[in-house]
Design a protein around this ligand. Structure first.
Ligand code: KIV
Ligand code: ZN
Length: 501
């Protein structure tokens, strides 16, 4: 069977989701998991945009083996130089350069002519080729680009050595049949197209990103760009798990294969959700908590008789297993470490010690520690945010209408001083936010708040995810505890520390 390449851009386009910024250490961890998942290409970042992005791409280029490591660059000399600087230690580096090609973007954003755009694309692909043989080119807003101009610019970059031509539906405008036709027409009309890989990159503004990607596959594209959980700019990108499971489940139709180990999908979905603070909607295809839950009596009856009556893929195929008791308060460090290793986490001694302390505290309060609890502990441990403040104590008073919610919060600063404040609010969470705001002396605006049980059961740990706004930026915060008030206060302190960092 012919193979389709899976290009993951969670760490680049995915990180462009508002509030989804990740720490370098988290990005490296995700990149290692992407390598285990078996993706062909990891787009690790956009090195020119910030020092943090540059460092993340460089660390991933140095530490992650297997996939091609790609860095994004505008079709601008300094971007390409910077991308190469970050990528040069990778075993298999790729530079991905792009320029707008639709009339609307050329005119209003670039303020150039089509001829100038072609010349820039030609020069910048040639420049990237001086560094690496593997160069990808994207005509941005391809689906709103004049097809004749699109063919011409693609032909030009092939002539100067582009090896992958990516066709982005940048604004999520295309409809599957139309997008499939565009790919077929590119194959028919672009000289030299058979010597390169055609790729697609679809955004989800109309909820069609997976459908469009699959229509492109059916018409001969051989690389799909996607993100874990479909995160990305605006409504996001095509979700890797959806594209991959569609191709696998409907092999009969597509007749192609991809090198993904689908049993790693659930784990990486959770990891990305925790790292970005972006919760996966319950009915999300493949990875939502309801994706394999059967409620209707007729469905349950069918499932008990023969699973294939109502299940087109098994939960095991994405690495979901029944939540099971793995560890408890009597478990030792050895069992703790080996379970983490089975789950794919390699912590150094210091991280392991810190994680073990949290585990023991949790195990004191909670009878069963499940894999999801362990994931929560480890992802807390992998956060390398400078802890300007630590939560020492939180207490709230609230109740039926008429009782004003009041929170008392104590934080420890880096000098070891304890600062305490009491504030009232519209509700207990608002009161906690106000008490913390006064201590750290930065205005905090809570823009969203959610709480989820990390696992079922009455002693489940609660995971609180919030976003705080400061100026035009959003900061995610997460806290886990068996007490959701404490988890909420931890989430506030976590986001506030990011803000200060
Ligand atoms: O959506 C888009 O056009 C992009 C390009 C940089 C490929 O993300
Ligand atoms: Zn994009």
């Amino acid at each position: 069977m012919e193979k389709i390449f899976i290009f993951d851009t969670t760490l680049r386009d995915g990180e462009q989701s508002p509030g989804a910024s990740m720490e370098i250490r988290q990005k490296v961890e995700i990149a290692k998991q992407l390598a285990k998942l078996g993706v062909d290409v990891i787009e690790a970042g956009f090195p020119m945009t910030s020092e943090g992005d540059f460092e993340a791409v460089r660390s991933i280029a140095r530490e992650v083996n297997g996939p091609i490591i790609c860095g994004l660059a505008r079709a601008v000399s300094s971007d390409i130089e910077r991308a190469w600087e970050a990528l040069k230690d990778a075993a298999r580096p790729r530079i991905h350069t792009f320029i707008s090609t639709s009339d609307i973007q050329i005119k209003h954003q670039l303020k150039k002519t089509q001829e100038e755009v072609i010349q820039i694309a030609k020069d910048m692909v040639s420049k990237a080729k001086e560094y690496t043989a593997d160069v990808e080119f994207s005509p941005m807003d391809a689906t709103r680009t004049d097809p004749e101009f699109l063919y011409k610019i693609l032909e030009t970059v092939i002539e100067v050595g582009a090896t992958t031509l990516n066709i982005p539906d940048t604004v999520g405008y295309a409809i599957p049949e139309e997008f499939g036709r565009l790919i077929a027409n590119i194959k028919k009309n672009v000289r030299g197209i058979d010597t390169v890989v055609i790729s697609v990159h679809c955004h989800n503004d109309l909820g069609l990103s997976t459908a469009n990607s699959l229509a492109a596959v059916a018409n001969g594209c051989r690389q799909v760009e996607c993100t874990i959980n479909g995160i990305g700019e605006r409504a996001g990108n095509a979700a890797l798990e959806e594209v991959v499971m569609a191709i696998n489940t409907r092999k009969d139709l597509f007749g192609i294969t991809c090198g993904i180990d689908t049993t790693q999908i659930y784990k990486i979905s959770r990891l990305v959700s925790r790292a970005t603070g972006m919760i996966v909607q319950p009915n999300k295809a493949i990875v939502g908590v309801n994706a394999f839950a059967h409620e209707s009596g007729i469905h349950q009856d069918g499932m008990l008789k023969e699973k294939t009556t109502f299940e087109i893929m098994t939960p095991e195929s994405i690495g979901l297993k029944e939540s099971r008791l793995v560890l408890g308060k009597l478990s030792g460090r050895h069992a703790f470490k080996s379970r983490l290793q089975e789950m794919g986490y390699e912590l150094n001694d210091e991280e392991l010690n810190r994680a073990f302390v949290i585990f023991k505290k949790m195990a004191d309060k909670k009878r069963e520690i499940t894999d999801s609890d362990l994931e929560a502990i480890v992802s807390d441990e992998l956060q390398t945010i400078k802890e300007t403040y630590q939560l020492e104590k939180v207490q709230i008073i609230c109740g039926t209408p008429g009782i004003t919610p009041v929170a008392t919060v104590s934080l420890k600063n880096q000098k070891g001083e304890i600062i305490e404040n009491t504030a009232s609010g519209d509700g207990p969470i608002d009161a906690i936010g106000k008490a913390i705001e006064t201590i750290i002396n930065i205005p905090l605006r809570l823009v969203d708040f959610s709480v989820q049980a990390v696992d079922g059961g009455k002693d489940a740990a609660g995971e609180v995810n919030i976003h705080l706004e400061s100026g035009k930026r959003l900061f995610s915060g997460r806290g886990t505890d068996t007490d959701i008030v404490v988890a909420s206060a931890k989430a506030f302190v976590h986001a506030a520390n990011k803000m200060m960092g």
